[in-house]
Ligand binder design. Sequence first.
Ligand SMILES: NC(=O)c1ccc[n+]([C@@H]2O[C@H](COP(=O)([O-])OP(=O)(O)OC[C@H]3O[C@@H](n4cnc5c(N)ncnc54)[C@H](OP(=O)(O)O)[C@@H]3O)[C@@H](O)[C@H]2O)c1
Length: 164
Amino acid sequence: MSKTFKIKAIVAISENSVIGKEGDLPWRISEDLRWFKKITLGHTLLMGRKTWESLPGALPGRENWVLSSKLQSHSGIKVFKTLDNALSATIKGNLFIIGGGELYKQALPICEELFVSEVYRTIENGDTFFPSFKDDFEIEEKLFENDEFALNRWIKKTPKMADQ
Ligand SMILES: NC(=O)c1ccc[n+]([C@@H]2O[C@H](COP(=O)([O-])OP(=O)(O)OC[C@H]3O[C@@H](n4cnc5c(N)ncnc54)[C@H](OP(=O)(O)O)[C@@H]3O)[C@@H](O)[C@H]2O)c1
């Protein structure tokens, strides 16, 4: 049976590819958080255990799935021990990979679409990074821009004939 959902990732990245620092986001940009909610509402979110621990709790209106070898499922979250287990479970809406760095690295090759907020900052001493993606994805839609960040929807490039 072919899958009926899309795998997407959503991320905010600094000019020097930083996404995290000391277990948290290196910024608070409320407009970006509003977009995050708008894009992910009603869907299934998959996150690494460290990202889960950085949140105040389960994000409402969405399925909260966590990858971890040590956590147990409890009210509000469903825990998977492997990425394959999560991908084989019943997914509500689309599956959004929401970080962090470790999970993005593993899931990027299977993502069809990325929502990327490019934050106009350089972060010193960041410790978590987003892998390079611009060779494999292209901008499909510009969603928003202000003086803090630009949000674009990227889709996976289709291979050229010569590559096939
Ligand atoms: N800027 C953004 O958009 C954004 C988004 C999300 C997060 N972040 C930031 O990213 C940082 C966290 O990222 P991180 O890379 O340190 O950690 P992470 O990816 O959030 O979590 C890593 C943990 O997830 C579990 N995990 C990952 N892959 C797994 C697999 N295949 N099977 C089983 N378990 C797996 C493991 O948990 P166990 O050790 O329990 O096994 C691992 O230690 C924080 O600073 C956070 O704020 C930024």
